[in-house]
Design a binder for this molecule. Structure first.
Ligand code: AMP
Length: 114
């Protein structure tokens, strides 16, 4: 738990979210400001700031996050048509919430990066 981290507060239950998956390590909930018909955030419950902070200890958790994302893509019916899975890293990478999360975006044609 990091002080003043909104996603840690969601993990604790002190801020509500529309959860679509939870286990003891991972949570997935709908983005409050969706950029696509399907926009889900998939993140660890523990506070890891971003990909730059991944360690040998948390490496297996990264694989689990991607597996959960694939399961959610199927559940949300975007796996066959295609979807985007991305994570922003640090201020210049466009990261606003400093708690590692993957965006799963689908249900519309994605365009270029940038
Ligand atoms: P990023 O720019 O990668 O850090 O993305 C942060 C994302 O978190 C944005 O898409 C926000 O809309 C989303 N977000 C912020 N607060 C909440 C919240 N309370 N519940 C759900 N999504 C949120």
């Amino acid at each position: 738990m990091a002080d003043d981290c909104i996603f840690c507060k969601i993990a604790q239950g002190s801020i509500p979210a529309t959860f679509i998956y939870q286990d003891d390590e991972i949570m997935a909930f709908r983005d409050i400001n969706p950029h696509a018909p399907v926009h889900v955030l998939i993140c660890p419950r523990q506070h890891i700031t971003n990909v730059a902070e991944v360690t040998d200890q948390t490496e297996p958790l990264m694989g689990r996050l991607i597996k959960v994302a694939a399961d959610i893509a199927r559940q949300e019916n975007v796996a066959d048509k295609g979807f985007r899975l991305l994570t922003n890293n640090g201020p210049e990478g466009g990261q606003v919430v400093m708690h590692l999360h993957f965006h799963l975006l689908g249900g519309r044609q994605m365009k270029g990066l940038g």
